[in-house]
Design a protein around this ligand. Structure first.
Ligand code: CA
Length: 228
């Protein structure tokens, strides 16, 4: 049974969702404010958060960013704003999926199940460290080291490096990276990937002109491989 935290200030919607999700076998706790939600995530970490973006105490994006700073818990955002730029912003801020209001309970339950399934699969994959040449990535601890030296990476840089390292030797397109690492299947610019790759290169002590691990495959994408 999954423990869900529902963050929703509309009492009627909150009540209906709690009933429906509980009937479908989930344990649901809830709060109407972002600040209390952050506290609850710290005090009793849920398996998944359903986050309404229109909350009384904090802007939804701000709430999402603060949540991401303290937790990797999967987040499904419920938003009334049906605008592609907004949805991209939400996904880029670290949401795992989103629903545009109004939505049916069957729909949200299906999203919740899919996100939980994905999170469980990620967990399995991350239990063994990934080693490519002198690069060692611990997916559980979110730690990366190169030739025994700890790398100081942001969450996104780690996720990008990890995604490429798991697929060492394979060419990965920028679209795939935007979809899988940034969770932006529809929006997003190649430049986003380029910028993060250049930061990663700097931290790995290499450059586009003299690559060691990160290779640009012109017109196709990226490839990570051990230096020969
Ligand atoms: Ca609301």
């Amino acid at each position: 049974m999954a423990q869900l935290l529902l963050v929703e200030d509309d009492a009627a919607i909150r009540g209906a969702l709690i009933r429906a999700l509980t009937e479908r076998g989930h344990a649901v706790s809830s709060t109407p404010t972002a600040m209390e939600a952050l506290q609850l995530v710290l005090d009793s970490p849920p398996d998944l958060v359903i986050l309404d973006l229109g909350l009384p105490d904090l802007d939804g994006y701000e709430a999402l960013r603060m949540l991401r700073a303290i937790s990797k818990v999967p987040v499904v955002v419920a938003t009334a704003r049906d605008d592609e730029a907004d949805i991209v912003r939400v996904l880029d801020a670290g949401a795992d999926d989103y629903l545009v209001k109004p939505f049916g309970v069957g729909q949200i339950e299906a999203r919740v199940r899919a996100v939980l399934r994905r999170a469980a699969a990620d967990e399995d994959r991350r239990s063994e460290p990934v080693v490519v040449g002198g690069l060692r990535l611990d997916g559980e601890a979110h730690e990366a080291a190169l030739d025994g030296r700890r790398l100081d990476l942001s969450r996104r840089e780690f996720d990008l490096l990890y995604y490429l390292a798991v697929r060492a030797g394979q060419v990965v397109t920028k679209r795939e990276l935007l979809t899988q690492v940034w969770r932006m299947p529809y929006g997003g610019a190649d430049k986003t990937v380029d910028v993060h790759v250049s930061w990663l290169r700097r931290k790995l002590g290499e450059s586009a002109q003299q690559p060691r691990y990160l290779h640009t495959i012109r017109g196709v994408g990226m490839k990570l491989s051990a230096p020969s």
